[in-house]
Each structure stands twice: as C-alpha cells, then as structure tokens.
Design a protein around this ligand. Structure first.
Ligand SMILES: NC(=O)c1ccc[n+]([C@@H]2O[C@H](COP(=O)([O-])OP(=O)(O)OC[C@H]3O[C@@H](n4cnc5c(N)ncnc54)[C@H](OP(=O)(O)O)[C@@H]3O)[C@@H](O)[C@H]2O)c1
Length: 232
C-alpha cells in the first residue's frame, strides 16, 4: 500500500504510541498533522520529521473541552483543505485507579469526552469527505483492558468507541474508506506505567497494519499490535 503524499492527523502525537505512529507515517511519505494539548508537546517531533523532509503541521486541543474539539476540527480542515486521508485517533486519558464501586461520575464524563466523543466527532467530521473522494483509513485506538472495575471509566469509554466503529461497518461496506480498531498492547508509556511488559517501540509495525490494508480487508476489525511485534 502506497500512502505517499497522504495527509494524516495523529491525535496524541507528543509521546507514546502517537509519536511512534506519526514517525512511521512520515517515513512512508505522509504529510503529518500532529496533535497534542500544547504545540510545544510536538515541537521536537515536528523538527525531527521536517529535517527528514516531511511536511508537518502542529495543532493543539484539550479534547475534554467540546469547544476546543470544534476548533481543532475547523483548524485541521483548514490545514488540509478539507482533504484528510488518514485519521489516527490515538489520544486518550486514563483516570486514576480507584477502589471498585467508587469511580466518580466526573471520571466517566472526562473519559467519555476524550476517549469516545472526541474520536467519534473527528470521524464524523472527516469520514464524509473520505467517502466523497473514495479513499480513507481511520484507526481508533482501543484497549484490551478487561475485568478491572478500578478503571471502569476508561474501559467503558473504550467500549463506546468500539461500538462506534462496529455500528459504522454497514455504512462503509463496499467503499475504500476503512475504519478499524488497534489495541497496542500494554506498553511502558506514561499511560501504561512502568510495570507494563512491553516496550513502547513494540507497537510497530503492528500499529500501521490498519492503515496499510487493501479495500477487501474491510472495516470493524480489531488489530493487536503485539501480534506483529518481534519477541526477544
Ligand atoms: N500504554 C498502554 O499500555 C495502552 C494499552 C492499551 C491501549 N492504549 C491506548 O493507546 C493510546 C495511546 O496511549 P499511550 O500509552 O501512548 O499514552 P501516553 O503516552 O500517555 O500519551 C497520551 C497522548 O494523548 C494526549 N492526551 C492525553 N490526554 C489528552 C486530552 N485530555 N486532550 C488531548 N490530548 C490528550 C497526550 O497529549 P499531551 O502530551 O498534550 O498530554 C499524549 O500525546 C491511547 O488511546 C490508550 O488508551 C495504551
């Protein structure tokens, strides 16, 4: 799959999975729109990618803020002239690990806003244009988290995102706009913490698999990055 000259938005590109995905897309010749909460967060990455010859634009938005999300969508449309080819919904927040049955409503609210509503609204904003132009790849980063009621706000928000993808499958069927899920595996990032078994670099090459799919692969599938990782 040749994705040279495609324009890609990677949310949460300042570190962890998003930074690695952005680098990998730039290596394949994509134009990158790098998102984080402050543009300073992607300064180092942007400088590195530009040095490699990539076209890079930095955007900032607190995804817990619906107004900031709307501004982000408008800015990205402006930057890419309304033509976004690859949407990599990676940014997420994990609220604190708490005793079961005590997770406050506010943790659910912020988790749903950042982890489910923001990616859904980005999909709503850019998938129609992809359908009009006949090509698009959308990757929504989910989680394999299970049976941890202490992190219920996070896991329920990811379940909502999974459902968005699943219920959009009939709409995308037969088109060359594919939307799939990626589970990066448990990684030693800021979100995953120091006890995770996997190096953050192990997210590649698997994290690019749902971008590089042929049309026939279709939508609505879960790709696990660790299935593609080289084990020591
Ligand atoms: N690490 C794991 O073990 C693991 C396991 C399963 C799934 N995942 C998923 O993988 C994805 C990436 O996780 P990661 O481990 O790479 O996380 P990370 O290293 O903590 O990076 C999180 C990224 O998301 C951005 N972000 C966080 N909260 C935000 C907010 N409220 N508004 C806007 N941007 C926000 C951060 O931007 P700033 O720099 O501006 O803060 C940062 O770029 C997430 O969807 C996560 O749920 C991770």
């Amino acid at each position: 799959m040749d994705i040279q000259q495609k324009t890609a938005l990677v949310t949460g590109a300042s570190r962890g999975v998003g930074m690695r995905v952005a680098r990998a897309l730039a290596d394949r010749g994509c134009h990158l729109i790098l998102h984080s909460r402050n543009t300073a967060g992607t300064d180092a990455l942007a400088a590195q990618l530009k040095k490699q010859g990539a076209r890079v634009h930095q955007v900032a938005a607190e995804l817990a803020d619906p107004d900031a999300l709307e501004s982000l969508i408008a800015e990205v449309k402006d930057v890419c002239g309304g033509k976004l080819d690859i949407l990599y919904n990676n940014a997420a927040v994990m609220t604190p690990y708490l005793s079961r049955f005590t997770v406050p409503a506010s943790d659910y609210a912020v988790s749903f806003q950042v982890n489910a509503i923001a990616p859904a609204k980005l999909c709503d904003a850019f998938i129609p244009g992809m359908l009009e132009r006949g090509w698009g790849r959308v990757v929504n980063v989910t989680s394999g988290i299970a049976d941890q009621p202490e992190l219920m706000a996070y896991s329920c928000s990811k379940a909502a995102l999974d459902r968005y993808v699943r219920d959009m499958v009939p709409t995308l069927k037969g088109t060359n706009v594919l939307m799939n899920l990626l589970d990066p595996g448990w990684l030693r990032t800021d979100l995953g913490g120091p006890d995770a078994p996997n190096d953050p670099d192990s997210v590649l090459p698997g994290a690019l698999v749902p971008v590089l799919l042929d049309q026939e692969a279709g939508s609505g599938k879960l790709y696990r990055a660790q299935d593609y990782a080289q084990k020591p």
